[in-house]
Design a protein around this ligand. Structure first.
Ligand code: PGA
Length: 249
């Protein structure tokens, strides 16, 4: 069956020394769990975190990458650069990348392909905005995000993909999708995948929920059958909270 995963997206937070302190704390506090635990520090802190966690099962993952192999792309980071420092999983499509950095479905499709070509694992994020949900278009929006960025991939790409459904209205707002809303969408996503790729692939893909997951709501959200874990922003910056969320799975 599919893996449970709890991942912390640290976004543009924590200096190198703060990152070092947090990973050391997390490694010491990590409970015995079957879930995969991941953290995504900022680019400049990745190598340090990989070193600090070399004896831990916590995986260090990247928040982003560029699709080109190498070359004149000032400010960008390639798959090879990540792999070379021991990072082999990358988040692609986070709503903040879409909203603030103009990443379209087309760009994201290229990033996903580039990462997969390098045998990286991709955590692909997607989710509707508040207006989409209010107008009842949330299923359509989510389906088109998946279709545009992922549905031209071959079936053999899917074991390397993790999905993270993150309704934009719930990210960093303190407002969480109810466990029922999360399950409803996750069920829809799995069904959509099953129609396109078959139920074997659909049932094997981990679908994480993201958006204001905290210690107080994690257990209920994670208890839903199609929710396989979480992508955690704010609460992953505090060791006690992140550990409590890991314990909830
Ligand atoms: P949040 O962020 O937990 O702070 O809402 C989630 C995310 O952006 O992945």
């Amino acid at each position: 069956m599919r893996n449970n995963i709890v991942a912390g997206n640290w976004k543009m937070n924590k200096t190198m020394s703060e990152t070092e302190a947090l990973v050391t704390e997390l490694a010491a506090m990590l409970p015995n769990t079957k879930a995969e635990v991941m953290v995504a520090p900022a680019f400049v802190n990745l190598a340090g975190a990989v070193g600090s966690l070399s004896n831990s099962t916590i995986e260090v993952i990247a928040q982003n990458m560029y699709f080109a192999e190498s070359g004149a792309y000032t400010g960008e980071i390639s798959a090879d650069m990540l792999l070379n420092i021991g990072v082999s999983t990358v988040i692609i499509g986070h709503s903040e990348r879409r909203a603030y950095f103009g990443e379209t479905d087309e760009i994201l499709a290229k990033k996903v392909r580039a990462a997969l070509q390098k045998n990286m694992r991709v955590m692909f994020c997607f989710g509707e905005e508040l207006g989409d949900r209010k107008s009842g278009n949330h299923f359509k929006v989510v389906e088109s995000q998946l279709q545009n960025a992922l549905f031209s991939l071959d079936a053999n790409a899917w074991p390397h993909l993790i999905l993270a459904y993150e309704p934009v209205w719930a990210i960093g707002t303190g407002e969480t999708a109810s466990p029922e809303q999360a399950q409803e969408m996750h069920g829809f996503i799995r069904e959509t995948l099953a129609q396109k790729y078959g139920s074997g692939i659909a049932n094997a893909v981990s679908i994480l929920y993201g958006g204001s997951v905290k210690p107080s709501n994690a257990a209920e959200i994670f208890s839903k059958p199609d929710v396989d874990g979480g992508l955690i922003g704010g609460a992953s910056l505090v060791a006690n909270d992140f550990i409590a969320i890991i314990k909830a799975i």
